[in-house]
Design a binder for this molecule. Structure first.
Ligand code: HEM
Length: 213
């Protein structure tokens, strides 16, 4: 086995990643980019929407894929940075929402107009979706995680509603079947993981972690 193959083998199937502590630290700083970026240039809101959406999908797929494909031990390592990725996705998408308001010079009073919240429009789904990410984001810090105990996990699960509302919002705006395919793929993978259907496991004699937390 040459060096590259052995490196990839260790990375993907043994989850050997060095400097995870530093990767976490760097990822914790990324949400600041969203805040400063959107205040500096409101036109960036579309980019934040696109990147935020894809980071959100990736974050929500780590757990089901690692259950279905335990052979990919690297996913157990990604589980350790899921919180940071979720915070990045949430802040990018909030920056997108804020950017839309700043770009169109809409005041806070617009939020009190009922038609804006109408679920017959893509804006209604986006706005309600954005509200849903607030509790998981505001409680995502270590202090509240310790204080809230079991309740913390339930609050974090609101992110799934955020994902669904966001998905419908984008689908209604773009009318793009890819978004629908993304939502359906995610639902199928979740059902497979929930039913504990394992498609690719390590061989019995392979030494790998028994579970990812
Ligand atoms: C405060 C809440 C929100 C507002 C006001 C809002 C507004 C908008 C508007 C006006 C557009 C049309 C194009 C543009 O100007 O960007 C749009 C597109 C989009 N939104 Fe939202 N949105 C909100 C929440 C969300 C959420 C919760 C998500 C995802 C979870 C999301 C993801 C997207 C994406 C990916 C696009 C398509 C961007 C593109 O490719 O052109 N938005 N949104």
């Amino acid at each position: 086995m040459n060096k590259v193959t052995s490196f990839l083998n260790d990375l993907i199937f043994k989850g050997k990643i060095s400097g995870l502590k530093y990767i976490k630290l760097i990822l914790s700083l990324v949400p600041l980019i969203a805040l400063f970026g959107i205040l500096f240039d409101h036109q960036l809101e579309k980019d934040f929407a696109k990147y935020g959406w894809h980071i959100l999908i990736a974050t929500l797929l780590i757990r089901p894929i690692s259950t279905i494909l335990p052979k990919l031990v690297i996913l157990c390592r990604f589980m350790l940075i899921r919180k940071q990725l979720g915070i990045i996705a949430g802040t990018f998408i909030l920056a997108h929402g804020l950017g839309v308001f700043l770009k169109n010079q809409m005041g806070i009073d617009v939020l009190f107009s009922a038609p804006l919240w109408d679920l017959k429009t893509f804006m209604g789904w986006g706005l309600i979706g954005a509200l849903m990410i607030l509790p998981p984001l505001l409680t995502s810090n270590d202090f509240l995680q310790r204080k809230l105990g079991k309740l913390w996990k339930s609050i974090q699960q609101i992110s799934y509603l955020f994902f669904i509302f966001g998905g419908v919002h984008i689908y209604m705006y773009k009318n793009d079947p890819v978004i629908l395919a993304e939502l359906i793929t995610w639902a199928i993978l979740w059902i497979l993981a929930w039913r504990k259907i394992i498609l690719w496991a390590p061989a019995k004699n392979e030494k790998t972690p028994t579970s990812c937390s």
